[in-house]
Ligand binder design. Structure first.
Ligand code: SPV
Ligand code: MG
Length: 432
């Protein structure tokens, strides 16, 4: 009886290594190829350039492929249990890369019916790095980057966003990765926080760092990364200025701006009612949203309205009333903010919001209510979770400690082991 063979690929950048793999695999029997879905790819690397339908169309037409099915997760288990193949074939490179845990699970699953993993030598001479660089170049183009946030919102239960305030912190957001059992965790997008952009410049978070300066930070970050950007637009400023600014942001490839319904001298929300802050009227803020929407030329760029009612102790009814009004004014999403330690008021808002806006993106910034896991937010109807200030908050104490240790010792020997080595700092940023 012919044997059943299974391979899984994403097939976004198809090269001769894949054809070798398919050819070898098909020699063992009837070959089923599991093509990773867009959702599965988005969980562990950049969004695919070609969508699932396009990728399956290509694979179906490659000699040696008998069946094509979808693989919904990076983990093979579900498909293996369904097909019970005699062989799974894979390049031997995954023994040592970040898929080694997925490999172990494949071996374990196959053992249940006596299946076997066949590893073939990784095709030499494939410059995956070069191919990836080529994709990276196009994926940092404004129109490609701009569209990514909406694509991610369609693909992921919750979009994970981390703050960045300069090129280096943005590289951390771009590259940080953790392999966890059968999943690879990474951030989906960047939050250009007014608090951390201001703090990095040694300034208070009171809209003193103006749009010209914010645009320079955006440009610095865009130059070295590809992930989509959500800008903290503070109050959005005067309506007459906002309409110009959204067009600029849209043109340069930012994916979304979040503006908060405050007016006058804005202070950071985490001060709450400890400082004087004034909430805008529903009418004026709605006009700001609708004017901004009218100024846009694509439907990719999102204007997200941020409601400060809970921060300013105006109550849930006010928050919901405003959410309804801002949605009617054309907001592409709502951010609800709170500085309570417990998430109760956020959860209550989520429930009430979903009664009249079942699909509109909902954003939270869990700086205070920080015990909630992303999964729970997703179950409650949240689409975007923003870690708004954590890179700079962790960098500052580290820098202060280093400075003080040198002052205490009158030399720098004692701080050395907490620092990147000279070799590491010299090679951290490649020069091409
Ligand atoms: C920021 O990061 O600047 C924000 C979020 O606006 S918060 O600091 O929580 O107000
Ligand atoms: Mg801010």
């Amino acid at each position: 009886m012919t044997k059943k063979v299974y391979i899984a690929i994403s097939a976004d950048i198809l090269h001769h290594g894949h054809i070798n793999l398919i050819k070898k695999a098909s020699e063992y029997g009837t070959l089923t190829v599991g093509v990773l879905t867009d959702e599965a790819i988005a969980t562990y690397k950049r969004l695919p350039v070609l969508n699932y339908e396009e990728r399956t169309f290509i694979i179906r037409n490659i000699e040696g492929v008998d069946n094509v099915i979808s693989q919904d997760t990076l983990d093979y288990t579900e498909n293996l249990e369904k097909i019970k193949p005699d062989y799974v074939v894979h390049g031997d490179d995954w023994k040592s890369n970040d898929q080694s845990q997925i490999r172990s699970k494949v071996i374990e699953t196959l053992e249940k019916w006596g299946g076997q993993l066949i590893e073939i030598p990784y095709t030499q001479g494939v410059s995956v790095d070069k191919l990836n660089d080529a994709v990276k170049d196009t994926s940092s183009m404004p129109e490609v980057r701009r569209a990514k946030l909406k694509q991610l919102l369609n693909l992921k239960p919750v979009v994970k966003v981390m703050e960045a305030h300069n090129g280096l912190s943005a590289l951390v957001v771009e590259n940080a990765k953790v392999v966890k059992n059968d999943k690879i965790e990474s951030f989906d997008a960047m939050w250009l926080s007014s608090l951390t952009d201001s703090t990095a410049k040694g300034k208070p978070d009171i809209e003193l760092v103006d749009m010209t300066s914010r645009l320079r930070t955006i440009d610095e970050i865009m130059e070295v990364t590809t992930k989509p950007i959500i800008l903290d637009g503070d109050t959005g400023g005067e309506i007459e200025h906002f309409v110009f600014n959204v067009r600029t942001l849209e043109r340069i490839g930012v994916s979304a701006v979040i503006i908060e319904d405050k007016i006058g001298l804005k202070k950071n929300s985490l001060f709450g009612t400890d400082v004087e802050q004034t909430q805008d009227t529903i009418e004026h803020f709605s006009l700001k949203i609708s004017s901004g929407k009218k100024a846009l030329t694509t439907d990719e760029f999102m204007i997200i309205a941020r409601i400060e009612s809970l921060i300013l102790k105006q109550g849930m009814d006010d928050a919901i009333k405003r959410a309804k009004a801002y949605v009617n004014a054309g907001a592409d999403g709502i951010m609800i903010h709170s500085r309570e330690k417990e998430p109760d008021e956020i959860f209550e808002f989520c429930e009430k919001f979903r009664e009249f806006a079942p699909d509109l993106p909902l954003v939270v910034v869990p700086t205070s209510f920080n015990k909630v896991y992303e999964d729970e937010f997703a179950q409650r109807g949240v689409n975007i979770v923003i870690y708004a200030n954590h890179l700079i908050r962790s960098a500052y104490p580290a820098m202060m400690e280093t400075a003080q240790t040198i002052l205490e010792n009158n030399r720098c020997y004692e701080v050395d082991e907490k620092c990147l080595s000279i070799k590491e700092i010299l090679t951290l940023i490649p020069d091409e």
